[in-house]
Design a protein around this ligand. Structure first.
Ligand code: ATP
Ligand code: MG
Length: 416
């Protein structure tokens, strides 16, 4: 049979063994979110294009180059979600999640779609876990989000990651800083194509976020944003650092850290790892107090983070994640007890015991081989004569011992 189809470029199948690792990462995140009082939100895979153009920002790589946008049969412009924050904001507003003065804490686990050049740690469909806190302006909210993120990396077994932290201040100080950056970068900007210059002028912070070596070089001694912070932002940033220190969260100040998205203010942070090569950022987050209003809502402070699952998994590749094996594999010789075996499997499964069996009426010998391969501790062997007395053979595949036991005690015997 010829194979005519392959998964689209930049996508991959997650097969059962790999999926175990994915579930471990996702379950760890969900467990922590429940501990910290975050509720799950699941938004659609696609939204009106306008939401992302507005909410992520026209000047960003995401909007200018990376979106999967198409016109549906009703003539609407639709975009597969390239990130989770704008949809969360849309839902927060549409579903009235923010009562008067309330703080709303949400988390999500979602695929994202970006038309990128696929390489290690960079896909066209990738996946994120993320948090959004709406309605909280204090540094405590930033600290909670960052501490939760750190706890997540710790719990999945990641050691060699580094938290980078910066403050971008508010709109007022940003204007002066943008001007300073543009002044400083004038020579470099003159070397760019007109549209690239235009993009940088629209959002000069991108000059610091560019991966172009020429830009990195040109901006090496650029003015730093923290010299421009106004008093309130400075106080907020100072308080955040105190809180993180108190919570035992190590961080590295990085005055050159800006984020690729337009909407951040004050706190920005990233977790990076040397082990990831060029794709060294495993998560990005920060405060975005202007975004809810930008999307048509009331002034609402907000802070959040998005963590890449693929890059997290690359980093925990070597760490042992317990394999899931059945407790027992059921075996019968001959055809007489085929239905009984399936029935017994069903009973044990409904009692919460993971068991497996042969579904293809293979020989007893083959079934025992399957039992070994399955990783099960026990084989339960049904023989006609014993079965008629309400008994089975329980074979310990590790110790290679075997004994007759009553069917009624099987459930107890197999309960881990
Ligand atoms: P990069 O600079 O590597 O492109 P980014 O700034 O675009 O990252 P964010 O939009 O902040 O990334 O997304 C948060 C996290 O999601 C990233 O740190 C990364 O772990 C993950 N991520 C983003 N894009 C991809 C992708 N195309 N493939 C795999 N993971 C991704
Ligand atoms: Mg990117």
């Amino acid at each position: 049979m010829s194979m005519n189809y392959s998964a689209p470029r930049g996508t991959k199948d997650i097969l059962p063994d790999e999926a175990t690792r994915w579930r471990f990462v996702e379950d760890t995140f969900r467990r922590l979110c429940a501990l910290y009082g975050y509720g799950e939100i699941r938004t659609p895979m696609f939204e009106q294009t306008e939401l992302f153009v507005r909410g992520v920002g026209e000047g960003t790589d995401i909007v200018s180059k990376e979106m999967y946008t198409f016109t549906d049969k009703g003539g609407r412009s639709i975009t597969l979600k390239p990130e989770g924050t704008a949809p969360a904001v849309r839902a927060y507003l549409e579903d009235h999640l923010g009562g008067q003065g309330a703080v709303t804490k949400l988390y999500y686990v979602t695929p994202i779609f970006r038309y990128e050049r696929p390489q290690a740690g960079r896909y066209r469909q990738s996946h994120q876990v993320g948090l959004e806190v709406f309605g909280a302006s204090s540094a405590a909210a930033d600290a909670e989000v960052i501490e939760l993120t750190t706890a997540f990396f710790r719990e999945v077994g990641l050691q060699s990651v580094e938290l980078r932290l910066n403050s971008l201040g508010d709109a007022e100080c940003r204007a002066a800083y943008r001007d300073a950056l543009l002044d400083f970068a004038a020579q470099y900007l003159a070397t760019l194509e007109a549209d690239a210059t235009e993009r940088m002028r629209a959002n000069p912070l991108r000059l610091l976020d560019s991966k172009d070596p020429a830009a990195v070089d040109a901006m090496k001694d650029a003015p730093i944003v923290t010299d421009y912070l106004e008093e309130e932002s400075k106080a907020h940033f100072g308080e955040l650092q105190e809180l993180l220190t108190r919570l035992g969260v190590p961080f590295q100040l990085d005055p050159r850290l800006v984020r690729g998205l337009d909407y951040y203010n004050r706190t920005v942070f990233e977790v990076i790892s040397g082990e990831l090569g060029a794709q060294n950022s495993v998560c990005g987050g920060g405060r975005y107090d202007g975004l809810v209003a930008l999307c048509g809502g009331p002034d609402t402070p907000a802070v959040g983070v998005a963590v890449g699952i693929e890059r997290t998994l690359i980093l925990i590749e070597e760490r042992a994640i317990p394999a899931v094996s059945p407790a027992a594999f059921l075996v019968t010789f001959g055809d007489a007890l085929r239905a009984e075996v399936l029935e017994l499997a069903t009973k044990l499964r409904s009692a919460g015991i993971a068991v497996d069996l042969d579904l293809e009426a293979r020989s007893g010998k083959s079934q025992l081989r399957q039992a070994d391969r399955s990783g099960a501790r026990y084989a339960v062997i049904l023989g006609i004569e014993e079965w008629s007395r309400g008994a089975v053979q329980l074979k310990d595949l590790q110790l290679n011992t075997q004994a007759e036991i009553a069917v009624e005690s099987l459930q107890n015997e197999l309960t881990p």
